[in-house]
Write a protein that binds this ligand. Structure first.
Ligand code: ZN
Ligand code: ZN
Ligand code: ZN
Length: 152
């Protein structure tokens, strides 16, 4: 099982709390899936995640992994990526903290980084005022190559 540092452990606990508050039990299998996703620096498919768990001796079926990832996405603890730059049709998932953030996504290695402080809340108000629209949220992803893949 991957070791989490103290701040990751807090993120995991908060995600599991949200799971319970949304009416879903934080079963040991769901905990394993959430932990493995959190520990991975790259977005993973359900199959990749199930393979990793299996290699560590934690056998969790692909369907259970898939449903848990969908649940994590539903409660805002995971982000679903459909990279338009990649050939892969399978959805990749990345763990999400509960802070407001956007994603930097590497199209070569599926590395995902959270970017905080987007500065878009002013633009959100401006656009809302201009259109007479109550803007409640916004989304933004950056796609490209991470520093390591760009030099490879
Ligand atoms: Zn995220
Ligand atoms: Zn990369
Ligand atoms: Zn933002």
């Amino acid at each position: 099982m991957p070791q989490l540092d103290a701040s990751q452990q807090i993120l995991l606990d908060r995600a599991l709390e949200r799971m319970v508050r949304s009416g879903h039990a934080a079963t040991p299998q769901r905990r394993l899936v959430a932990q493995e996703l959190l520990a991975s620096p790259c977005a993973l498919t359900a199959r990749q995640l199930a393979d990793r768990l299996g290699a560590q001796g934690d056998r969790v079926g692909v369907m259970t992994v898939y449903r848990t990832l969908a649940l994590l996405a539903e409660i805002g603890a995971a982000y679903v990526l459909h990279d338009h730059l990649s050939e892969s049709a399978e959805a990749h998932y990345a763990f999400c903290s509960d802070r407001h953030h956007h994603h930097l996504i590497c199209s070569a290695c599926w590395g995902v980084w959270e970017v905080e402080g987007c500065g878009l809340s002013e633009a959100q108000v401006r656009v809302g005022d201009a259109w007479g629209f109550q803007v409640q949220s916004h989304s933004l992803d950056y796609y490209g190559l991470c520093a390591r893949c760009a030099t490879a």
